[in-house]
Design a protein. Structure first.
Length: 257
């Protein structure tokens, strides 16, 4: 098997495996209590962005902190504009029209945060494909271990993604299908890195920052406001505990990684 064939096979397996493992938890169990699990998703998304992806981007050699912060700002504003465009397309339709859906499940507007999380996840998986390809081009065994490590650190983020998709009104089947498609963007990243490794490496920190901006934006603009709609003390305590669990989950797997 050639190096390119190995990269295609392993990046595809890495993208699919992490999604399927996350689906075992998210679709099989967490979807039954998705309202409560929104808090867990907030912890996972923010921890993935702020404790994993952004530090990794800023630690890469040859990067400019000012340019990376500018990219983060551009990403946040970009996702704001994407959501605005989606809202303007449906300004004839509004919540409180008798559908009795909670925020995020409106018949016309459901799915905005879902599509944005898929964009961010696709970019993140693309970067993972670059990492796997670079490792394989150095040594086959290093490539295998890198893929295993990436699968491990992707699992909590994929769980967070599933919760966002289910909360945004996606069916279980659609959430799984679109997450699998997003996972396969790792193959694209791996193949492009095989042919353009130097350029791909140069773009990695900025792609990581853009992906992080989507996780931060969705957590802060969509999920946390939903949580504030349930302000009772018992509910607030449950939300805080679940956010902490999400953060702890990411930290634990990062330490193992």
């Amino acid at each position: 098997m050639t190096v390119l064939e190995s990269i295609v096979l392993i990046t595809a397996l890495a993208g699919i495996t992490s999604v399927l493992i996350a689906a075992t938890f998210s679709v099989g169990l967490l979807s039954k209590m998705v309202n409560n699990m929104v808090s867990l998703s907030v912890g996972i998304l923010l921890a993935t962005a702020l404790l994993h992806s952004l530090p990794e981007a800023f630690s890469m050699p040859g990067t400019s902190p000012q340019l990376l912060f500018a990219t983060l700002l551009a990403g946040l504003l970009g996702f704001f504009l994407l959501e605005k465009i989606a809202l303007l397309r449906h300004d004839h339709h509004h919540e409180g029209d008798g559908h009795h859906h909670h925020h995020g499940h409106d018949a016309e507007n459901a799915g905005r945060s879902g599509w944005m999380i898929l964009v961010g996840d696709g970019i993140h998986n693309f970067v993972d494909g670059i990492l796997i390809a670079a490792a394989f081009m150095a040594d086959f065994q290093v490539g295998i271990f890198t893929a295993i490590a990436i699968i491990a650190h992707e699992i909590p983020q994929e769980i967070g993604d599933f919760i966002v998709l289910l909360n945004a009104g996606f069916s279980r089947t659609r959430a799984l299908l679109y997450n699998l498609i997003s996972g396969l963007s790792a193959v694209v990243g791996g193949v492009l890195a095989y042919f353009f490794l130097e350029r791909a490496h140069a773009a990695m920190p900025y792609l990581l920052v853009i992906a992080s901006s989507s996780f931060i934006y969705i957590a802060v603009s969509d999920l946390i406001p939903q949580m504030h709609r349930r302000p009772h003390w018992a509910e607030s305590l449950r939300q805080t505990i679940l956010i902490a669990c999400g953060v702890g989950f990411v930290i634990l797997l990062s330490l193992l990684h």
